[in-house]
Each structure stands twice: as C-alpha cells, then as structure tokens.
Design a protein around this ligand. Structure first.
Ligand SMILES: CC(=O)SCCNC(=O)CCNC(=O)[C@H](O)C(C)(C)COP(=O)(O)OP(=O)(O)OC[C@H]1O[C@@H](n2cnc3c(N)ncnc32)[C@H](O)[C@@H]1OP(=O)(O)O
Length: 410
C-alpha cells in the first residue's frame, strides 16, 4: 500500500501525537505536558505519514537559533517528534521523511539541523554527528565535600516555588545562552519546559523547588531540584535530584552546589545534563565518588556546509580546503575553502586541491561546535589529511575554549 507523506494539519495533531506516544512505549504524557508539546509544535514544519486514515509516521522541527563558536545565534532546525509505527518500520519511511525535511531546511536557508536522539545509533547515517555531550554526576555527599567558594560571603540563598522565580531565571538563562556553543535561545512557550512537574512522574520525590543565589538583589544563579527522602533502617539516605543549575559567576555556582550537597538527610546528589567541563570537576573533594557518566546529547548536521562554516568563528587563523561527500544533501558535495579566524570566516566553493577530506559528513557535525577534535576524528578514520601538516592547525581552529553544551533535550 502507498504511504502518503504530507504536511500535518491542526486538527490531526491528536492522532499524530498519539502515534508518537505509542512508538515511545505507549504511555501517554501527563495532560499538562501534552498540552505544552501541542503548544510548541510548529504545525507548518511537521510531516505526517498516512496509511489510509491511519497516522503511521511523524516528523517535526522547531525553528531554533543556536549559539555557535563566536557567540552568534544561527538558524537551526531542531528535529523532533520522529516516529514510525511498528507495523511500518524498516521500510525507509524515516529516510523519506528525513530527506524531505533536509531539502526543506536547505530551501528555507537554515544552515544547521540538530536533534537529541532516543537512540544514538539512528542518526549518523543521515549525516548527524554527536556535537555536544552531557555529563551525569551521582555524588556521594556523605563522603564528598564542596569547598566553600571564594566571594560567596555576600550571596543570599533563597528557596521558593519555581513559578515564583521563573521570569527572573529565564532572564539569567537568556544572558547565558551566548556563552556556550550549543545553547538554544528560548522562544515564547519554552520557558514552561523546565517548570513541568506532573505529580504522577515524581516517583516518590517532592515537587520541584528553586534555590536562587543573589547579591544585592541581583540574580546570579539558580538551581531547580526535588528531594527524594529515603531511610535505610533508621539511617537517612535521601537523594537530591537536580533538574538544572545555571550560574553567571563562579561564586554563585559554588554556593549553589554546596547548598545542594549539604541538604540534611540526603546522602546523594544527582546532577544530569551537565557540560563535560562543569566546574564541579574542580570543586569536589573526591571525584571518584561522583560516579561520572558521559553520553551523547546534541547531534548536529551541516545542512549547508558553506553557510554553516562561515557562521562560526575559529580559535586561530585557518585557511584550508575541505572535501565533502554528501549523498543526502548533494548540494554540499565538493570542495570548500574555509578561511578566517577569531573575527569571522568565509567558506566558498573552490576547485583547488583538498587539504582535508571528510570521509563522512557526520564528522563535520561532530566537529562543528568544537566538541570532537578533528584530530580525534582523523584517528577514527572519519577525517583524512590529504596535505601533510594541514590537520593540526585546522583542529586547533575548530576547537572551543568552553565545552559546547545543551542543558536539556527536546
Ligand atoms: C529526534 C527524535 O525524535 S528521536 C526519536 C526517534 N523515535 C523513536 O525512537 C521511536 C521508536 N522508533 C521508531 O519510531 C522507528 O523505529 C524509527 C523512527 C527510529 C525508525 O523508522 P524506520 O522507518 O524504521 O527507519 P528507516 O526504515 O527509514 O531506516 C533507515 C535506516 O536507519 C536504520 N534504523 C532505523 N531505526 C533504527 C534504530 N532504532 N536502530 C538502529 N538502526 C535504525 C535502518 O536499519 C535503516 O538502515 P539503512 O540505512 O542501513 O538501511
């Protein structure tokens, strides 16, 4: 039977989203979360696959602006809500939707696409590389101390319901977005995402709380967290579950981490979605008792190689010819001269011989925000040095002083 692929219509959203929920295990989202995803869905960027009157595939994207090295926000298609019904899987439906979407992003002038994946192994074949990683720390606070931060004496900490502080937290978040490649500027509606706290999903934990760090009334950091009390016989053994922690200065960061780690009756603090260069690595007394784990987070695809490479800056002067092969986005295939440095760059087609070859376009996505080093990618055979001496300076140029980071999925 022929599967019809077409744009989603408003009135079809429920059936379309129900198909997505079923593909993700069949548990419906809590009503408030479902309502938020409906509000956030950009209908005109959503694809639906129909087998007769049955919705058998979903695909959407958000019109994000992502911080790239240099701090500029760049239009980025945030691929999301991807599913194919179990009855129709592995017949190329996702590939069809992806091809059609990438063509659309290209025509709309969005040089980048990005996603957070349900399974890491799905998207490399479509040219997405792992561009940011997320660190999780499970801190044994009975053994681990956080040193008192310098400059924190005049900070005030206040705990209150997250909704009461939401507007001020969003303001601080917006100030921090340009400071890390990978961060996404939040559009209207997105500020509700970190506040979602459906009671049925708390699994024995408290409702969310927000702790603010302020100096003379100025907000310098915040953390949103829940407490999960537990007792081992008569010994308190609770957990602090940290949803997010953002700080504009080291003293505020240190004060918040110390506050969370010193919560009475709690013996574990779990921080998820931290950058891989999180300051906690240097503040805790015993890193081995923090059970660090790193996973892939943001997968990035260069939809338009020339525009994408020209949109970021480079850590040092670079003048290099890159050879790219791109089956899914054939407009990228060819040779590109990238020249520029810390102030900006241009990237144009050339017929000059290539210095570096990207054996798979996903390597370009992995290196784009500065997380994966070109040298490491070359070590894995994904980048090839065609002119001796070209790799090392290009690897330095692509690097980022701070680890790229996205503190949430979408
Ligand atoms: C950004 C996001 O929204 S992430 C969410 C992704 N969705 C889910 O995980 C929900 C559950 N899974 C599904 O709905 C489906 O299995 C999907 C969407 C992942 C895949 O859809 P399909 O239509 O089966 O994929 P399609 O047939 O186009 O496969 C294309 C290729 O990807 C491979 N592939 C697809 N899914 C997977 C997977 N989960 N693991 C490994 N390989 C996969 C296929 O084998 C095929 O490989 P090939 O190019 O070598 O032939």
């Amino acid at each position: 039977m022929t599967i019809e692929l077409r744009g989603l219509r408003d009135k079809e959203w429920d059936a379309w989203f129900a198909g997505l929920e079923w593909a993700f295990g069949g548990v419906s989202k809590a009503p408030e979360e479902r309502a938020l995803w409906q509000e956030l869905t950009e209908i005109d960027r959503s694809l639906a696959a129909w087998d007769g009157d049955r919705s058998v595939g979903s695909f959407s994207s958000f019109s994000f602006r992502m911080t790239v090295p240099g701090g500029t926000p760049v239009p980025t298609a945030g691929v999301t809500m991807v599913s194919v019904a179990a009855t129709h899987r592995r017949r190329g439906l996702l590939r069809r939707m992806m091809r059609s979407a990438l063509q659309g992003f290209h025509e709309a002038g969005e040089p980048l696409a990005a996603l957070t994946a349900s399974e890491q192994q799905i998207y490399g074949r479509f040219g997405y590389g792992v561009a940011t990683r997320a660190m999780r720390a499970t801190i044994d606070t009975a053994r681990v101390r956080v040193a008192p931060p310098a400059g924190a004496d005049d900070l005030t900490l206040t705990v209150l319901p997250p909704a009461e502080a939401a507007a001020r937290c969003e303001e601080l978040y917006a100030r921090l977005v340009p400071t890390r490649p990978g961060m996404l500027a939040r559009q209207p509606g997105w500020e509700k995402l970190p506040l979602l706290d459906p009671p049925r999903e708390r699994d024995g934990a408290s409702e969310l709380r927000c702790v603010l760090a302020e100096r003379d009334g100025e907000l310098l950091g915040y953390a949103r967290y829940a407490l999960k009390p537990q007792w081992e016989a008569t010994v308190p053994d609770g957990t602090v579950l940290v949803r997010d922690l953002m700080a504009a200065e080291p003293a505020a960061y240190g004060a918040l981490l110390r506050f969370l780690c010193e919560t009475d009756l709690m013996s574990t603090v779990v921080l998820r979605d931290r950058p891989v260069d999180d300051p906690l690595l240097h503040l805790v007394s015993d890193i081995r008792r923090c059970q660090l784990r790193t996973i892939d987070r943001l997968h990035v695809r260069t939809v338009d190689v020339g525009a994408a490479l020209a949109a970021r800056t480079y850590a040092r002067e670079v003048d290099v010819v890159l050879a790219v092969e791109d089956e899914l986005c054939p407009w990228n295939t060819g040779r590109w001269r990238l020249s520029g440095g810390p102030e900006g760059a241009v990237c144009e087609r050339t017929t000059d011989p290539a210095d570096l070859s990207f054996e798979h376009v996903r390597a370009l996505g992995a290196a784009y925000l500065g997380d994966a080093s070109l040298a490491a990618l070359a070590g894995a055979g994904l980048v090839r040095e065609l002119r001796g001496g070209a790799l090392a300076p290009a690897a330095t140029a692509f690097s980022s002083a701070v680890a790229p980071w996205l503190p949430h999925g979408f």
